[in-house]
Design a protein around this ligand. Sequence first.
Ligand SMILES: Nc1nc2c(ncn2[C@@H]2O[C@H](COP(=O)(O)OP(=O)(O)OP(=O)(O)O)[C@@H](O)[C@H]2O)c(=O)[nH]1
Ligand SMILES: [Mg+2]
Length: 320
Amino acid sequence: MRYTTVVESNDLAERVAAGDFRAAARLMRWLDDGDPRALPVYSRLFDRMGHAMRTGITGAAGVGKSTLVDALVTRWRAAGLRVGVVAVDPSSPFTGGALLGDRVRLGRHAEDPGVFIRSLASRGRLGGVSASTALVAGVLDAMGFDHVVVETVGVGQGEVEILRHVDTTVVVIAPGHGDEIQAQKAGLLEIADILVVNKADLDGAEDAAAHLEAAIALSDRDARKPRVLRVSAREDQGIEGLVAEIDRLRGEGQARPGYPRDERSRTEALLADLVTRESGVRLRRLLDLDAEARTIVDAVAARRLDPFAAAEALLEHLLK
Ligand SMILES: Nc1nc2c(ncn2[C@@H]2O[C@H](COP(=O)(O)OP(=O)(O)OP(=O)(O)O)[C@@H](O)[C@H]2O)c(=O)[nH]1
Ligand SMILES: [Mg+2]
């Protein structure tokens, strides 16, 4: 394994801080791969982070999340703000395939130096996508982007984990498929700071919005009940209102720490993800290379040791 020299990591950190897209892309790849060369670079950039507004956009496949992100990016760019986007893509054909032909890519802004778009595959990687998302968002923050948007398909626990790394969560629903009932069942109403009924140009949007408003009125959430906004991302309707609501929540968050989410709870989420990821990496290395660890595995396989005791022994061995 190759470690970067101090000079190399200083140089890369400086280029990232200066907004160099290629340097940033390289650092993001290292972070995503768990490459140790990322560590000194990230740590040099750390004190530049903490300024970007982080917004999560989630909802079922095909509800129009990317179209909405695209509309938001256009609005923020018009206001002179720079935007970084992390699109977490389900790489499994079972969750992502059905709508692939119809999905919107954010290519329209690809030539704009004020916009940086990064896709992260959500499956098949060591340690899960949640840590990677938070780290990549951190790099965008250090690059001086005003807004960082994380788009993720809201299907399960993994996605909810990702959203612990943003300040404000926008849950998107589209009319016509009982989507509002699904979202309610999946617990998306509980994590929403803002609810968007997209495709408001289609029949059924008003019913979906009314259903959501009723569900929220009945819910036992306190003052943090999300507003329901009617939007048509494709027709560029209602985007202004969404931008204003994101800003309003940020203002409230500054006036009243902990709302919607504060730095401390985001830090806790990041550390939990990193410890999980790092211990996973080290454990696998140990199991591959370490004689004592292999003896422990053999003992369980031969039923001489129970798995809990073995796990305990491996943890101890890991921390030595
Ligand atoms: N009628 C209507 N269609 C829309 C609207 N917004 C998006 N769409 C369409 O919905 C389809 C899916 O849009 P995407 O933006 O790719 O949806 P997504 O939620 O990002 O999809 P995934 O990333 O695959 O989960 C596309 O055909 C869009 O043109 C809208 O406001 N009204
Ligand atoms: Mg999308």
